[in-house]
Design a protein around this ligand. Structure first.
Ligand code: NAD
Length: 374
């Protein structure tokens, strides 16, 4: 076995940590920044509070970002960074604003649009990058500590990732109190994304021991606290534990990456509008059963470490958690009507991410999975 591990992001975790943002900005010697956030956080006053607390360090705000950000969102964000001659940016929000900001920061000092890098293959140039500080407001994507940005190119109708070692945020602030306002449906979906990160990194072909231990810890926390955070939104302990699960699962997948459920989630989101974490969760119990016997049953040992009888028992628990939180259970529910659509879903799921699954999947394996989910 051979593996590498690196985590260059400085992590600040705890209630009210966001109040330390001005000192964190100063510790890096940054002076002139732009805040990038979702419309929700601009509307509910959280962004304005942060700008006020930062004194003159934040000179502009960009908030025109849709969930599952587009390359157009990134280009608009880049324009604001360039117009304001930003030295740095603060991303405030869930994965959508963080990914938009991360891609924008990676090309801020250049002249090109993001498409040339996203699907065009142009490498990131270190002379064009400005640093980003991430402030996470959902317990889900782990984007605050990864070098990944997931973008949708509407012209090409494709949702795909771009990543580069130069795209890590310099710092991540995880303040569980910021997640108290997340609505139950978003809590459920983002929490299931955490579970997908923990499990998929464990059964990725790139799995490795440091990340595996993070997977166990994050999985235990999700099964203990996600339903509580969903059903009691003001339960701060549950919010804290889910924020912890999110960052630990972020470390878990930061190096091994994800696998089949994320590969399948992209067309489920792009074609049928299923929120990201819910889309990952649609196939997570299937992949748990599919991978149960791989590599001498290491997933059974993992499931036992997480308090289950075996991997099949854990798969049943995933199914029941999804049901309890009103997540989509069938393709019919999300609007898939014909076998031709299943064919398209299968074709669009056959991406390099799928090849990270510990058991190789053929086209027919994926199609049969979708047929079983009708
Ligand atoms: P999101 O950022 O799209 O947010 C979902 C909704 O919740 C939005 O309407 C947002 O305004 C709202 N919201 C966020 N924080 C809130 C708060 N504190 N209070 C009230 N409302 C709040 O959702 P997400 O699941 O965090 O991110 C999904 C995106 O991240 C997808 O595009 C996905 O592909 C991507 N992603 C990226 C990585 C990565 O490593 N970069 C990993 C997984 C997923």
């Amino acid at each position: 076995m051979s593996w590498n591990f690196s985590m260059p992001v400085k992590i600040y975790f705890g209630n009210d940590k966001v109040k330390e943002l001005p000192e964190i900005i100063d510790s890096f010697g940054f002076e002139r920044g732009v805040l990038v956030c979702s419309n929700t956080l601009k509307r509910n006053g959280v962004a304005d509070e942060i700008i006020k607390n930062c004194g003159g360090r934040i000179v502009a705000v960009f908030h025109d970002i849709r969930p599952n950000p587009t390359t157009d969102n990134v280009n608009d964000c880049v324009k604001v960074l360039r117009e304001n001659d930003a030295q740095f940016a603060v991303a405030l929000g869930g994965g959508s604003p963080m990914d938009c900001c991360k891609a924008a920061c990676a090309i801020a000092k250049g002249e090109d649009k993001i498409e040339i890098y996203h699907t065009g293959g142009k490498p990131i140039d270190k002379n064009e990058v400005i640093p980003m500080i991430a402030v996470a407001t959902t317990s889900g994507t782990g984007s605050e500590i990864t070098n990944i940005s997931v973008l949708t190119d509407l012209a090409k109708n494709v949702k795909s990732t771009m990543n580069d070692p130069l795209m890590y945020p310099v710092a991540a602030i995880v303040d569980p109190k910021l997640t108290l306002s997340v609505p139950p449906k978003v809590t459920a979906s983002t929490g299931l994304d955490v579970l997908a990160h923990a499990l998929e990194s464990f059964w990725s072909i790139l799995h490795q021991p440091i990340c595996e231990s993070c997977s166990v810890h994050a999985t235990r926390l999700v099964f203990e606290y996600l339903y509580k955070a969903y059903s009691e939104p003001d339960n701060l302990e549950a919010r804290e534990k889910m924020a912890e699960a999110s960052i630990v699962a972020g470390v878990a997948f930061s190096n091994p990456r994800t696998a089949g459920s994320h590969a399948c989630s992209f067309p489920l989101t792009n074609l049928y509008g299923v929120p990201h974490g819910e889309a990952c969760a649609m196939t997570l119990d299937y992949f748990t059963r599919f991978n149960a016997e791989a590599e001498g049953g290491r997933l059974h040992r993992f499931a036992r470490d997480c308090g289950f009888k075996d991997a099949y028992d854990m798969a049943d628990a995933i199914t029941s958690l999804k049901k309890k939180m009103g997540m989509a259970m069938t393709l019919t529910e999300i609007g898939v009507k014909t076998d031709e659509e299943i064919e398209t879903l299968t074709q669009m799921s056959m991406t390099p991410l799928l090849e990270k699954n510990i058991i190789p999947l053929s086209y027919d394996d994926v199609k049969n999975m979708y047929l079983s989910m009708k």
